[in-house]
Design a protein around this ligand. Structure first.
Ligand SMILES: Nc1ncnc2c1ncn2[C@@H]1O[C@H](COP(=O)(O)OP(=O)(O)OP(=O)(O)O)[C@@H](O)[C@H]1O
Length: 277
């Protein structure tokens, strides 16, 4: 595990993105690009199995991987969903609740340290001029950590820390990206869902599961992920804080695209002094 300082300004600049740049997710139904500001925000992606959540998630992870100013923390309950990115992850946790908890606690402690430091210098949030990485914590599949693996105590502890990171992490440079194929109230309680500034609902089987992702009442107003046809893979409703849901389609990265991006990301991250664990 590494929580490095970001690359020194006097090193040779290398190509790459920044987490302060918009993240490209795909295209809205009217042809406009979907580019979201993920810094100081969190994102929840959910939908029934096979609806396109992993493809959508890969766009976010790709952006993080291509950012020398991001420390990439990947929690992959299935081991294989995010496995292609493993070489560029600073932290990779597979289906191991104990390791997951250890890492989550470390991240929570780091967040608290950052807040202490911000407090000391009388500031509210970290910015792109701070010599510190933004942590992108990606959790896929949420339900495996919160209700399937480990003891009830461990699951509750996981959810408690996750909620704290989602609630307080943003200003300290911790972005949470959470994904699940189980859009039900026990996996995405309202109190957790409401902390996510961005919510992406891929196809759901019921109106109520669509509402569990996007927020109560949207389905009855016509923004309903249960109306997405099964063959429309990658289609979703995106809700951005304070807005109304918009229908979009994820950009698709093939495995071959991802291999290429991983090679490139490795180059960027190591030449910038950012070496993955
Ligand atoms: N944006 C897209 N464009 C084209 N095809 C897509 C897109 N998104 C998904 N698909 C197709 O749908 C398949 C399933 O997508 P994906 O693996 O992302 O589903 P999922 O919701 O993550 O499933 P699970 O929850 O079971 O992991 C992909 O293998 C791909 O063939």
């Amino acid at each position: 595990m590494k929580l490095r300082k970001k690359r020194e300004p006097d090193t040779v600049p290398v190509a790459g993105l920044s987490i302060y740049d918009p993240v490209h997710l795909g295209m809205f139904a009217d042809g406009e690009g979907v580019n979201i500001e993920l810094i100081y925000r969190n994102i929840l992606m959910a939908g029934e199995p096979g609806a396109g959540k992993s493809v959508g998630l890969n766009n976010v992870v790709a952006h993080g991987a291509l950012c020398p100013d991001v420390s990439l923390w990947l929690f992959d309950g299935k081991q294989v969903e995010l496995g292609l990115w493993r070489e560029v992850a600073d932290v990779f946790v597979g289906p191991d609740i104990e390791l997951a908890l250890q890492r989550m606690e470390a991240l929570q402690a780091e967040m608290d340290r950052r807040y202490d430091e911000l407090d000391r210098v009388r500031r509210r949030k970290i910015t792109h001029t701070d010599p510190i990485d933004v942590v992108m914590l990606v959790v896929d599949e949420l339900a495996l950590f919160s209700v399937t693996m480990g003891s009830k105590d461990q699951q509750e502890q996981f959810v408690r820390i996750l909620r704290d990171l989602v609630a307080r992490g943003r200003a300290a440079g911790v972005i949470v990206v959470a994904a699940t194929q189980r859009p039900s109230a026990d996996i995405i309680p309202t109190s957790l869902r409401d902390l996510f500034g961005y919510r992406v609902a891929y196809r759901c089987t019921t109106d109520s599961s669509s509402d569990i992702i996007l927020g109560r009442g949207w389905a009855s107003q016509g923004y309903n992920a249960a109306t997405i046809a099964p063959e429309e893979r990658g289609v979703a409703y995106l809700l951005a804080e304070g807005g109304i849901p918009r229908r979009m389609k994820s950009a698709m990265l093939t495995d071959a695209d991802i291999y290429g991006l991983v090679d490139y990301a490795q180059h960027i991250r190591t030449s910038g002094g950012h070496s993955a664990a």
